[in-house]
Each structure stands twice: as C-alpha cells, then as structure tokens.
Design a binder for this molecule. Structure first.
Ligand code: ADP
Ligand code: UDP
Length: 238
C-alpha cells in the first residue's frame, strides 16, 4: 500500500507529493486553472477531477500503443500514482493546425492545416514566458542529449498518430498539444499530463474550441467543454 508523504512541489494546477516508495509520486490535480504564465488564475469546479481522469484515460491508451508513460494507478477522483521522473526542463509542442503562439510568431492566420505536423521545444520557465529553444540549446546547456531529443520527437509524433485518430473518431480536431518527458532508470517516459488544459481541440463541424482557450478567451462553459470531450471519447468521469 502506497502512503502519501510530504509535499514536494506545488505547481499552477497540480501538487506533487512524495510517497513511502522513493520511485513513486502522488500527483494531485487541483481545480486551479491558470493561463498566461500564471497571470490569470481561477478555480473551476470539477476541473481537477476531470483532468485527472482524462489524463489517466489518455495515458492508458498511449501505453497500449507502446508509448512508455508515468502511469501507475488512478487512486481517487483527484489523485494519481506515477513513476517519479527526472523531468527534462522543456515542453514539446506538436501542431497539426495553426493556432496560438505560432500565429503571432510567424504572422500566419489561425486554422491553417499544416502539410506535416510541426515540432517545437520551449524552455519551461514562466518568468521568461517559456522561450522557444532548439536542439543546440538543449545539448549546449545540458538539458538533454541528442539521443533524448530524437526520442522525444519520435514519441511526440507517435502520440500524434494515436491521438489524432482517437479525437477524429469523436468528431474533434487535435489542433496542437504540449507534452513533458522525464527519465526513469535512464529511459525517456511521458510525464505530466495530457488533458484539455494542455491541448487545443476543435469540434470538426463548428470549429468551436473545447479546451483551455475557453478559459483564456473568457468564453465560459470551460469544464462543460472538457466533460463533453471526455464523453465523446468514452472516458469515464465518475
Ligand atoms: P507547473 O510546474 O507548470 O506550474 P503543474 O502545476 O502541472 O505545472 O505542476 C506539476 C509539476 O510536476 C510540473 O513541474 C511537472 O514538470 C512535474 N511532473 C509531472 N509529472 C512528473 C513525474 N512523473 N515525476 C516528476 N515530476 C513530474
Ligand atoms: N501549452 C501548454 N503549456 C504551456 C504552453 C503551451 O499546455 O506552457 C499548450 C497549449 O495549451 C496549446 C499548445 O501547447 O495546446 C501550443 O501552445 P502555444 O505555443 O500556441 O501557446 P499559447 O498561445 O497557447 O500560450
């Protein structure tokens, strides 16, 4: 039986706890919802529970497809037991359709279907607004090796194949998403979370946002949209 021990880290949306097993952590998904590098924060009822169950469902699907993930056990509504990873301090972003920062950066319109998915690295650093970095920065600063970079890219694109289809079957377009990887016994493993907090999902017919853009843009119905996505992909929330 795993026991929850001291709090190790309180992030913007989740809290990480040590356990009696040095190789396992408990992650608690809170109702806190943040945007713009923590500048906008609100509590949204049911968000923690929804994202915890959503993330478990998606990571299970990815495991089945051969992607190594942190997942050990869904403990309760808001908590999950995971492998303790040594996180690579970068965010991996894959895009199938243009939206968000790439539109501002490259002056392109939103909604362009990309010929092949893009892959981008951003440094995890809120104070610097997560600047974009490339392979050379990652190697030169020692955040990761060339092998790890290649593996993060390959896994991120494999995840795209699995999830694009899963959401497409549910009438949704997977526009873009963010992943974080970490090392477990020297091997790269998918960590953190995959939920509508860290991806963009549009209804295929109406192009309506069913993700955190509803919060960023004050569109309302944020958690209702997350619940709708869960329902469509067959992810149980209760
Ligand atoms: P942030 O740090 O951006 O505010 P969160 O509130 O989501 O984000 O906090 C969760 C933190 O836990 C993140 O810093 C993330 O990198 C880290 N993390 C996620 N999964 C694992 C894991 N399996 N092992 C160790 N750390 C993890
Ligand atoms: N994303 C995230 N955390 C971040 C930055 C981005 O989860 O710190 C997700 C975001 O929700 C979107 C994708 O990564 O699904 C691409 O984000 P983008 O670079 O367009 O930045 P944004 O304009 O959304 O801040």
């Amino acid at each position: 039986m795993v026991e929850k021990k001291e709090e190790l880290y309180r992030g913007k949306a989740k809290t990480v706890y040590a356990t009696n097993d040095p190789k396992r952590l408990i992650i608690t998904f809170r109702d806190d919802t943040s945007a713009f590098d923590g500048l906008k924060i609100e509590q949204l009822a049911r968000k923690g529970k929804t994202n915890n169950k959503f993330n478990y469902f998606i990571m299970k699907k990815l495991e089945e497809a051969g992607v190594p993930t942190q997942i050990e056990e869904l403990l309760n509504d808001n908590e999950i037991l995971v492998k303790k990873l040594e996180m690579v301090p970068v965010e991996c972003v894959v895009r199938n359709v243009t939206a968000g920062s790439i539109c501002k950066r490259l002056g392109v319109q939103q909604g362009l279907e990309l010929k092949v998915p893009t892959f981008e690295f951003f440094l995890k650093n809120d104070a610097l607004h997560d600047p974009m970095v490339n392979d050379s920065h990652i190697i030169s600063f020692g955040w990761g090796t060339q092998e790890q970079i290649d593996e993060m890219k390959a896994l991120s694109l494999k995840i795209n194949d699995v999830l694009k289809k899963l959401f497409d079957d549910a009438g949704l377009i997977l526009v873009d998403y963010k992943l974080e990887f970490g090392l477990y016994d020297g091997k790269l493993v998918l960590g953190d979370e995959f939920s509508p907090d860290g991806c963009r999902l549009w209804d295929k017919n109406t192009k309506e946002s069913l993700d955190k853009d509803r919060f960023r843009k004050d569109l309302g119905g944020v958690i209702e949209a997350y619940e709708e996505v869960a329902r469509r992909i067959g992810c149980p929330l209760d």
